[in-house]
Design a protein around this ligand. Structure first.
Ligand code: ACM
Ligand code: ZN
Length: 426
């Protein structure tokens, strides 16, 4: 256990002292020496599973055991939950009950992947808001942020080699009002993260034991990029950053080699910014009708002996995988990308369309993050009386917590990496 890990306990003790007026100290315990009083004591315990912890609250001391930094971090999150809510602020609070009941907690996560998906393309969340989201994720012991950085309605990450992606692709001229498909405002809407912003958010997340998986959604959902670089499309445009929600039928053209040069350049900058082993390359909701009409795509299909455009998506996604592989990374994809079952098993699938999509992916042997929209798309409304989206379902917290994996066989469960909530911001 390195110093950096133990500093989590130190900074908690300082925070507690500042707010409660206590004089707690923290220290690592090497052997069997007597417990120091009024202390938060840490004991490394390699028998505890990754991210797990044991918390023992005794009359004179709090003892935390874990085998890794995340375990310590989660023990502290639990301690905070047991304390008055003032612990989440920074103001001295003497009127709260700064006591803890004696107890023993042994805790470990059921799943190694506990995620939240945030769409910053339809609505932009500035980095300070992203930090608040990360704080809340940490409080709930979530360890993965899936950051949906690009879509038809906006490109939100600076790419130095392609400045037009943000100069043009980050701004739409209008936005549809509520769910009225023919009714638009006239206000330009935009925003993006500089590479420095991204580094700051990645660091903030790492401090909270959260890995960020960036998503560049390909080859569909690319209107913002096509508006900036129209010759990457099948028709050549003109394209505009979409002011309408939903999906556009314009997609990247795999029949043109320059498309892959562009993607490799973009992903190379993305991979340098994010330490994550997995990079999400989308693969959802690809309208293939333009591929069927495009001379370049048709020529490619002929050369490859293909008749089904789904095979062209397989080819496209395989090339994404190869780019990532050559940088020591792996692809994460939406479930449509593995529909034919041809895609590399090294990928991780995000099953969003239905429970069945998750069952199919796990049955085919893909490591899968379970997030069917009918249970985990939190932009859906919670009751018929409430305003908002309902295209996946109307559901409340009871249904979310009730998700029981009842239809998954033991073999399929072995391929479940975990669960993820999603917030799309249309
Ligand atoms: C998705 O909701 N299109 C992944
Ligand atoms: Zn094409």
């Amino acid at each position: 256990m390195d110093k950096n890990s133990l500093s989590i306990i130190d900074s908690f003790a300082q925070n507690l002292n500042a707010i409660s007026g206590f004089q707690t100290t923290s220290q690592p315990l090497e052997g069997t020496e007597a417990l120091p009083k009024k202390n938060i004591v840490f004991k490394a315990n390699k028998d505890i599973v990754p991210e797990g912890y044991e918390l023992s609250i005794q009359p004179d001391a709090v003892i935390i055991q874990a085998s890794d930094r995340s375990g310590i971090f989660y023990a502290i999150q639990t301690l905070k939950q047991l304390l008055p809510t003032a612990i989440y602020g920074d103001q001295p609070t003497s009127d709260a009950q700064w006591t803890l009941p004696c107890m023993e907690i042994k805790d470990a996560p059921r799943f190694g992947y506990r995620g939240l998906h945030i769409d910053v393309a339809r609505h932009f969340f500035p980095k300070e808001e992203m930090k608040k989201i990360l704080d809340l994720m940490a409080l709930h012991k979530q360890n993965t942020l899936h950051w949906h950085l690009t879509d038809d309605q906006g490109w939100r990450i600076e790419i130095k080699k392609y400045p037009r992606l943000t100069e043009i692709g980050s701004i739409r001229n209008k936005t549809m009002i509520r769910k009225e498909w023919d009714n638009y405002d006239t206000t330009p809407y935009g925003g993006f993260y500089t590479q420095e912003d991204i580094k700051e958010v990645v660091k903030y997340a790492e401090e909270r034991c959260i890995n960020i998986i960036p998503e560049v959604d390909l080859p569909g959902h690319m209107m913002a990029a096509l508006a900036a670089y129209p010759d990457l499309g099948c028709t050549g445009g003109p394209y505009e950053v979409s002011g309408q929600w939903g999906v556009r039928d314009d997609v990247l053209c795999p029949g043109k080699e320059k498309t892959f040069t562009f993607i490799e350049d973009v992903l190379t900058e993305v991979m340098e910014l994010f330490p994550s082993e997995y990079i999400h390359v989308g693969g959802d909701e690809v309208d293939m009708s333009q591929w069927e009409r495009c001379p370049d795509c048709r020529a490619l299909m002929k050369r490859e002996g293909m008749t089904d455009p789904h095979r062209l998506e397989d080819l496209f996604m395989e090339r994404m995988a190869a780019i990532l592989r050559s940088h020591g990374k792996r692809p994460a994809v939406w479930n449509e990308a593995v529909r034919t079952g041809a895609f590399a098993r090294e990928c991780r699938v995000h099953g969003w369309e239905s429970v069945k999509a998750c069952l199919d992916a796990t049955a085919k042997g893909y490591r899968t993050v379970v997030m069917p929209g009918q249970y985990f798309y939190f932009d859906m409304r919670q009751s018929p009386r409430e305003d908002g989206h309902d295209w996946a379902a109307i559901f409340d917290a009871r249904k979310v917590y009730g998700f029981g994996f009842t239809e998954f066989s033991p073999e399929q469960m072995r391929n479940v990496e975990g669960l993820q909530g999603a917030f799309f911001s249309e």
